[in-house]
Design a protein around this ligand. Sequence first.
Ligand SMILES: O=C(CO)COP(=O)(O)O
Length: 252
Amino acid sequence: MRKPILAGNWKMYKTVSQSLSFVEHLQGLVDDLEGVDAVICAPFPSLYALKSQLEGSSIKLAAQNLHQAEEGAYTGEVSALMLQDVGAHYVIIGHSERRQYFGETDESVNQKVHAAFKHGLLPIICVGEDLSQREQGTTKQLVEEQVRAALSGVTADDVTRLVIAYEPIWAIGTGKTATAQDANEVCAHIRSVVGEMYGKEKADGVRIQYGGSVKPENIEELMAQPDIDGALVGGASLDPGSFAKLLQGARK
Ligand SMILES: O=C(CO)COP(=O)(O)O
């Protein structure tokens, strides 16, 4: 049985004080997180402050990106060790916005996955097609390529610790959600690809999220699907009341 995982990706929103105020509000709304892993993917400057505020809470922190190198002359970049040091437990890797605007490739995604594991961070690997790829009917093939590339060289032990987020690009921030059935079909395909690489037992242990215009109103329908184990939520994760409802709805 896979434990649901609900992650709020704040993207480039919230200062440190806004981040702290969010958590304070959230903690007043949610006292029991049984049955769901709650993750906040905060901007880098907020991580350390949130680490102290979340002491004793089961809410986990994630970063939204990392650099693949151990350390070095990479102005403006942040390493896995630095993220682990400021309290990150997970790290988003290969979000479509990073692939689109910052030149991330399947190869750099794979390097980042290895860098994360090396320092005990658990990757949330994002994959997904754009609208033209969906219309051309190449969604499954593209997502399969992304998954195979991202997992290259990852051990069978590590594969069950990471999370894969299927985020169709055309559904991100647009209000358009894939139907729950369509989202599940791609998530099931991702699981079968992991199964081909690592065997069915391992694949059955991997958590696969859906992302793209997830809201309190549609989370339950998505979570009712057998291969959807959680959600990676952007806009609807920015408000503590909405995030609390998402956490409630993500329990299976
Ligand atoms: O990109 C996303 C999460 O990583 C999804 O964003 P929205 O929930 O705002 O569509």
